[in-house]
Design a protein. Structure first.
Length: 572
């Protein structure tokens, strides 16, 4: 069971507090409007799939319903799903590229079916996050975000600078609209303050629409279409159909991994801003958050729209405003449902010029590229990870620069080279696994269980940590845990011979093993409800109990006759 979070002083409405009704409506409306901006991606994908305006309008309405459900699912604090935080998902760039491929391959049914597949993959991955840390380490996570940003940016700039319309008399207005929209987004994000800075995408979008009206890109016919749309209507579910394309499996598998990585970061950020005493991620809560994200994506697929993923920008808004109450998520969901049954809103989103939409995509992509670089640089990059990232990025770029290069490869290989994210992620994971051969470093120490034990081990571990480049926090936790054990061994006279310490490190975890001849550590209090299944049960229970305070992430104790082995693991 996790420790009770300490409420930060700078929060106006903490995660379990309820804002007054008036402010709750305003805050919910703010998130609903911000989330609606990302429906641009749904419109672009629908157009790529050949959907009519009426079909696109229905998809936007269904997308709003899916977003409403997904927002509440993530805010739910359940036993199996939901992080319990205000972390609304949005239609994500992660699923945008794969959805475009599905739209070309099989239209709307393929988008729905493959999104459901990706959602199920993310739900399964949520159960194995700790075991898959080699895949979710910062270098691969950062590369994933970087490549997704590059893909989104290429699509966005293609829409913003629509060179196919260069023969039009008003082409200069098309280019000017795109550039002014992008300039507004960038300017507000750099020189804006507070909420203005965090809502620069929305404000830039509004400014771009104004420029489009002045330039004639949004003419009387478009405004008439919006005006003729009814105020109230139910979306037509007859548009829903599903298909599955095996050739798209690697693409959506990579997207599911990317969504998992992103959600891990978002939920961890929520934990940090809602707990003044935060030290390290609560992995059980992260796992439930990833499950909730997968369920939200599943709802999107069932309703025929592209996948969603938790949005760092939304968490940034809650952090800046100091309103992190999860009750706001439920208010947001209600407002999104009202939007879904208001066709005028869908018509307005569909009428958005591609020049404006493309500029917004370029702006969003730039932050993803920067974010990916920052994630990669959050850990020191050694030769192994540097080569893995570089080669993976080169292969990914090659799929865009020279797609013909892979045409003559066997079919089973081409499924991994048809899409930039799949190619980069596949190469990065493969090289990372190969380069882990021989990565574990190990050293050993022998000492007597005396008062000098702590000093000896501290000096030993400090020397090894410097050579292995282990984080100082991990070294401190390991030293404290071993010192606690040494004190217990000395006070209880458990040891008959010198204790052997073995320390090893593989860039993911510092393992410390203590071996000695004597009696196993015994504690009088056994965890309530724990059965004495074997003779070591009391030792395991006691050791786990005090190691909770010594902040070891993994621990075990085993005996074989008089030989006792205590294993401690510290995640990095």
């Amino acid at each position: 069971m996790g420790r009770v979070p300490q409420r930060p002083d700078d929060l106006v409405y903490a995660v379990d507090e309820r804002p007054p009704p008036g402010r709750l409506v305003f805050l919910g409306l703010q998130y609903a409007v911000l989330l609606s901006v990302y429906l641009i991606l749904v419109v672009i994908v629908a157009r790529e799939a050949g959907a009519s305006d009426s079909q696109s309008a229905t998809l936007v309405s269904l997308g709003l319903i899916a977003a409403a459900i997904a927002t509440s699912v993530q805010a739910w604090r359940g036993r199996f799903f939901g992080s319990g935080y205000l972390a609304p998902p949005v239609y994500s760039a992660i699923y945008f590229g794969p959805a475009l491929l599905a739209a070309k391959a099989g239209g709307l049914p393929a988008i729905a079916g493959m999104t459901i597949f990706a959602a199920l993959v993310e739900i399964v991955l949520s159960r194995f996050i700790d075991r898959l840390r080699v895949v979710f380490q910062p270098t691969i996570a950062g590369l994933t975000v970087l490549v997704v940003g590059l893909q989104l940016g290429l699509v966005g700039i293609g829409h913003a600078l629509d060179t196919r319309g260069e023969a039009l008399p008003t082409f200069h207005w098309h280019v000017a609209t795109a550039l002014l929209t992008l300039a507004a987004c960038i300017g507000l994000s750099i020189w804006g303050r507070g909420v203005v800075k965090l809502t620069s995408t929305l404000l830039g979008l509004v400014f771009g629409v104004m420029v489009a009206v002045v330039g004639g890109l949004i003419g009387p016919s478009v405004l008439a279409t919006i005006g003729d749309a009814p105020w109230l209507s139910l979306p037509d579910p007859a548009i829903l159909s599903y298909s599955f394309d095996f050739t798209l499996v690697p693409t959506f598998l990579a997207a599911a991994v990317a969504a998992t990585v992103r959600t891990i970061g978002v939920v961890t950020t929520c934990q940090r801003i809602n707990n003044a005493a935060w030290k390290r991620p609560d992995m059980e809560n992260v796992s439930r958050g990833v499950t909730g994200d997968g369920l939200g994506c599943l709802v999107a697929g069932l309703l025929g729209v592209p996948g969603m993923s938790s949005a760092p920008s939304m968490v940034g808004v809650s952090s800046a405003t100091g309103a992190t109450s999860r009750v706001i998520a439920f208010a947001t969901s209600v407002i999104l449902l009202l939007f879904a049954f208001t066709p005028k809103i869908s018509a307005a989103i569909i009428a958005l010029p591609l020049e404006v939409a493309g500029a917004v995509l370029v702006f969003t992509a730039s932050f993803m590229v920067v974010g990916g670089i920052q994630i990669i640089a959050s850990r020191s990059i050694d030769l192994r990870s540097g080569v893995a990232i570089s080669v993976a990025l080169f292969v990914g770029l090659l799929t865009r620069v020279r797609p013909d290069y892979f045409e003559h490869l066997p079919e089973f290989i081409r499924v991994f080279t048809d899409e930039m994210l799949v190619a980069s992620l596949s190469v990065a994971i493969l090289l990372t696994l190969i380069f882990r051969i021989g990565i574990r470093r190990r050293d050993a120490l022998q000492w007597d269980a005396t008062g000098k034990t702590q000093d000896e081990f501290s000096a030993f571990l400090a020397t090894e940590a410097k050579a292995w480049k282990v984080d100082a926090d991990v070294v401190t936790r390991a030293t404290g845990a071993v010192a606690e054990i040494a004190t217990r061994l000395e006070e209880g006279h458990y040891v008959r011979e010198p204790v052997a310490i073995d320390a090893s490190y593989d860039n993911l975890r510092l393992d410390v093993t203590l071996k000695y001849r004597g009696r196993p550590l015994q504690f009088a209090v056994t965890a309530r409800g724990q059965e004495q299944a074997h003779e070591e049960a009391s030792a395991v229970a006691g050791l786990s109990g005090f190691l909770h305070g010594a902040v070891a992430d993994h621990s075990s104790v085993t005996t074989h006759g008089d030989d006792v082995t205590i294993r401690l693991g510290f995640d990095t």
